[in-house]
Design a protein around this ligand. Structure first.
Ligand SMILES: [Ca+2]
Length: 498
């Protein structure tokens, strides 16, 4: 092969790889200190957008964003700590074409969202972003983290579509043996859970892994999906998880990186402890083999929070009328070359979307339906808002509605503050507790958190948006199919028109 051919081949390979964008392509570079309390850097990512459209006479707008937070360390110390930023947006500098909103945890600014100030699409390059810290940082080591997220605007939506033996939300007017009645969530006001018309209910019984739990309520604080949130565009990847381990104390990191079975490498996990710290050889690959304690710790450390299972359905379905048996891409079809596969519940191994079945395959970059169309959503697996891999791939973790009051239902949507306990556990009031606090043998699950959207290896029903088969199941281990992502309520000053 001559040089020109080699060069063309390399270019084609680069273009092909460019199609398979993933979260690892959000890069932070040129980090520098500015004065006593400032940090400056560039942040860029591919396949970015901001779009405006109209759906059923409602004006909608959404965009992708970087959630940026800063960790600092005194030279020679083992532990990094979370830098508190100025709570004033005006103290931070967004380059032309970008906007910055501050994310608060209580009275503490734990990070910022940076996103397009105008509609547009493509690679989004931001040079010279400046953030102001509340404390002096000029003698500290600095580390700037950026996670790729998608804005899900405020608005009403439906939960529940199928419920064929898997458990689904329904209106409480539903009668056993009849079709599910999708339930509309149109505010964050207190919500009654009961088998009565106009109340939220479920068809999976009252106890166990897919039950709705006892008659009760969700308080006004429980995040119901009506309010605006940011949701991670992809599941947390191995590069991000390795960076987290690297900034804990050695004792904390050992807690969050324990007893992985030898087979983990054959199921896609590439994080290793080396003399240079924790390193992922495939940093862009979704992070599996994480238990709830690992997940909650990462989310608290990043200043975010878990999603509720109502928010999971909003993040998938958007404001559209429910489609019976739909997956996260808004259709009930799993594309494969065989006609006969439509008749079985088994997932075909020759699926046209290989990332669904294989966590080692990175899903394509998603776009919202307004930009890629209904067909584009099916091809890429994107949700209505442009979030990747919410059906299939790794399972999602979501705070459950279906357990006794005191586990999931007490969730208030409070975000993490960036700091963990000495045992590397999350410690945010109202979050599902650590696994050691879960009680076996109770009538209702005590874990407060379950699974949605997977796994890939059982039957089709488990991948569906409204499937609650494992929505309050107690699982304390780590597994090849366990992944996660985090969310955060949008700052009230977000330019979303609320
Ligand atoms: Ca904390």
């Amino acid at each position: 092969m001559n040089q020109t051919k080699k060069w063309i081949l390399a270019l084609c390979m680069a273009m092909l790889c460019g199609q398979a964008a993933n979260a690892a392509e959000m890069t932070v570079t040129n980090v520098a200190k500015v004065g006593a309390d400032g940090v400056q850097f560039d942040v860029s990512w591919t396949d970015s957008w901001r779009a405006s459209w109209s759906e059923a006479d409602t004006e909608l707008s959404n965009w992708d964003a970087a959630w940026i937070f800063v960790k600092v360390r005194r030279k020679g110390d083992a532990a990094w700590s979370h830098a508190t930023l100025s709570p004033e947006s005006a103290d931070h500098l967004a380059p032309k074409g970008a906007r910055i909103d501050v994310g608060m945890t209580g009275k503490k600014a734990t990070g910022v969202f940076l996103y397009r100030s105008d509609d547009g699409q493509g690679t989004f390059v931001n040079k010279g972003v400046k953030l102001k810290c509340l404390d002096k940082i000029d003698e500290l080591e600095l580390s700037v983290h950026a996670l790729e997220m998608v804005y899900v605007p405020q608005g009403a939506f439906y939960v529940g579509t199928n419920g064929k033996g898997g458990g689904s939300f329904t209106d409480g007017a539903w009668k056993k043996g009849e079709a599910i009645i999708p339930f509309k969530i149109s505010s964050e006001a207190e919500l009654k859970i009961a088998p009565e018309p106009g109340c939220l209910y479920g068809d999976g019984g009252i106890g166990g892994a897919h039950g709705i739990g006892p008659v009760g309520k969700l308080t006004a604080e429980f995040p119901k999906g009506y309010g605006a949130i940011y949701c991670m565009k992809y599941g947390t990847n191995q590069g991000q998880y390795a960076a987290f381990l690297d900034q804990l104390t050695p004792a904390q990191a050992a807690e969050r990186f324990l007893t992985f079975p030898a087979k983990r490498s054959s199921t896609g996990h590439t994080i290793k402890k080396t003399s240079a710290g924790y390193v992922a050889s495939k940093p862009g690959r979704a992070c599996n083999w994480v238990c709830w304690d690992d997940i909650a710790a990462y989310i608290d450390w990043a200043g975010l929070r878990p999603m509720s299972e109502l928010e999971y359905e909003k993040a998938c379905r958007g404001p559209l009328k429910p489609v019976t048996d739909e997956y996260a891409w808004g259709s009930a079809e799993l594309p494969c070359p065989h006609e006969e596969c439509k008749k079985t519940q088994k997932i075909c191994a020759e699926l046209d979307l290989p990332w669904i079945l294989d966590p080692m395959v990175t899903p394509p970059a998603p776009m919202p339906q307004a930009l890629c169309g209904a067909e584009g959503r099916v091809k890429s697996g994107a949700t209505y808002w442009g979030i990747a891999a919410m059906s299939g791939h790794l399972r999602e973790r979501a705070v459950t509605v279906g357990d006794k009051a005191g586990a999931g239902r007490v969730f208030t949507g409070r975000c993490g503050d960036g700091a963990l306990t000495d045992d590397a556990l999350a410690n945010v009031p109202g979050w599902p507790g650590p696994m050691a606090s879960w009680e076996e043998g109770q009538r209702y699950p005590t874990c407060g958190v379950g699974f949605r959207g997977g796994p890939w290896y059982t039957d089709k029903a488990r991948l569906r948006v409204s499937d609650r088969y494992m929505s309050s199941v107690m699982r304390t281990g780590r597994d090849a199919s366990y992944g996660f992502r985090a969310v955060r309520q949008a700052p009230v000053n977000a330019a979303g028109g609320e």
